[in-house]
Design a protein around this ligand. Structure first.
Ligand code: UDP
Length: 470
């Protein structure tokens, strides 16, 4: 069988680099809990190595967990059947409320592909104390993989489930019963009818303040980068950073820009979608439709193909968020929206769609604005463009909001809390891990190498992250 499992290796990172950015009590609780869970092996699995919010989170979370002494693997699962990702993207859309239904044949392909993944995991004898399986792509896995007594499996759902397509929810919800715990980003996303089994944790995502995407870039440097991307730095710029995706409403962003431009001649709009996810096959169609909607306006800049770039994608995203007077995330559904926290962290005034995870980040009128239509978005853009003091005060409140609630160590703490609660439910003989103090897969709880079955997977080595000089 060609391998469907890829292991991602990260360079070590130093935990103390986060210390100055965090409330001290959070850091204390995190290190104490990590110490308690040392010797356990954790795995995070999802279906794309790069592109989209989940990959973004895991690329920082996994090294942080390891630096805390909690042995953590990252595995990318990509079934070889070409239709798999088309079907799972449809499932994603239907769960976020799109109309339509899944055919029995589509469900058959979905289950068959994940069944092959389950076989692969068994053949390779991959074992861990705690599995976090991310998003609907992997949802059937717990039902298809025989459960080891001492193993905990969590399903982490990052999508907006406020108004799911009922047929698809009914077909898939029973699969959650095979998990030891479920993780949702917001209480609003918990499907009714779970009745407390399995237990639910609410864990909003967060951003890594230490990456090249989120460490400060000077305004001059940011302007140089956006200028190299074709923006005129002498004229005002507004931006949305997003995959080209139906739910991100790039058409509404263009309408809002057009309205605002009537009061702000010379305004430029950037739609930055350079990082597409391997598990998202729809982006090109959305891009073509958006370009048609832009109707050749030379001040609407769409970015899609990551070729001939003047810098890394992370620094380009950073530069656009830094150089823009207003940042938008006008989604009509949004599980969380890391791009919102990223721009807020840079002290930008963000206008977000009044939906899902954006509502959990922006307090309307306090640290950003929530809007229900392109017209409202256009009005807020004008208000912010005309009032630098308002931009400044909103931006400062936004940065503080992210510092308090949406930085990576808080996310690590929430995952560890969920795992501790599950481990406490295991029979007493497993409370120190199935193999005595070393966990089911022999994690030794140090940063030193300890051979495991995961070493046999095909490896992808990620270079050390490049932070900007502070
Ligand atoms: N992103 C990026 N380059 C792009 C567009 C997006 O690096 O050109 C990143 C963005 O900065 C964010 C992530 O992709 O970190 C998107 O996460 P979000 O939660 O906003 O949305 P998702 O794609 O998961 O729906």
């Amino acid at each position: 069988m060609t391998s469907m499992l890829l292991r991602i290796n990260y360079p070590e990172m130093a935990l103390d680099r986060y210390a100055s950015l965090l409330p001290p009590e959070l850091l204390h609780e995190l290190t104490t809990l990590a110490q308690e869970l040392k010797g356990r092996r954790f795995v995070h699995a999802n279906s794309t190595a790069a592109g989209g919010g989940v990959a973004e989170i895991l690329q920082s979370l996994v090294p942080l967990m390891n630096s805390l002494g909690v042995a953590t693997e990252r595995v990318v699962v990509s079934p070889t059947e070409p239709r798999f990702f088309q079907i799972t993207k449809r499932i994603h859309n239907l769960l976020q409320g799109a109309e339509g239904s899944l055919s029995p044949e589509e469900l058959e392909v979905y289950f068959r592909c994940i069944g092959e993944v389950a076989e692969d995991i068994q053949e390779r004898a991959l074992a861990a104390d705690v599995w976090f399986l991310h998003d609907p792509q992997l949802l059937p896995l717990a039902s298809l993989l025989p459960k080891q007594v001492a193993e905990l499996r969590y399903w982490v759902c990052h999508i907006d489930l406020t108004a799911p397509n009922p047929q698809v929810l009914d077909a898939l919800a029973p699969l959650t019963g095979h998990y030891d715990g479920l993780v949702f980003s917001l209480p609003d996303f918990v499907p009714p009818g779970l009745n407390g089994h399995p237990p639910v944790s609410i864990v909003p995502p967060s951003i890594d303040p230490l990456t090249a995407k989120n460490t400060p870039l000077s305004r001059v440097e940011a302007q140089q980068i956006v200028a190299a991307m074709g923006i005129d730095p002498a004229r005002p710029l507004i931006t949305q950073v997003s995959r080209f995706d139906y739910w991100k409403d790039p058409w509404g962003v263009i309408d809002a820009y057009r309205q605002a431009r009537r009061s702000a001649p010379g305004l430029q709009l950037a739609l930055l979608g350079l990082s597409q996810a391997a598990d998202d096959p729809e982006a090109l169609d959305v891009l073509n439709s958006v370009r048609e909607h832009a109707a050749g306006d030379p001040d609407i800049h769409t970015y899609f193909y990551p070729v001939d770039l003047p810098d890394s994608i992370d620094r380009i995203v950073n530069a656009f968020q830094t150089a823009s007077l207003v940042v938008m995330q006008k989604s009509t559904r949004e599980g969380f929206g890391l791009t919102v926290a990223e721009a807020m962290w840079k002290g930008r005034a963000v206008i977000g769609g009044n939906v899902g995870g954006i509502r959990s980040q922006i307090e309307d009128g306090v640290n950003g604005y929530l809007v229900d239509s392109p017209e409202e978005c256009g009005r807020r853009i004008v208000e912010l463009l005309q009032n630098p003091d308002l931009r400044e005060s909103i931006g400062q409140a936004a940065r503080e909001r992210v510092r308090q609630q949406f930085l990576l160590p808080r996310l690590a703490l929430d995952y560890l809390r969920a795992a501790r609660a599950g481990l406490a439910q295991l029979p007493p003989r497993y409370t120190n891990g199935a193999n005595g103090a070393n966990g089911v897969n022999g994690a030794n709880g140090t940063n030193g190498h300890h051979p495991t079955a995961f070493d046999q997977l095909e490896q992808l080595h990620i270079p050390a992250p490049q932070a900007n000089p502070v």
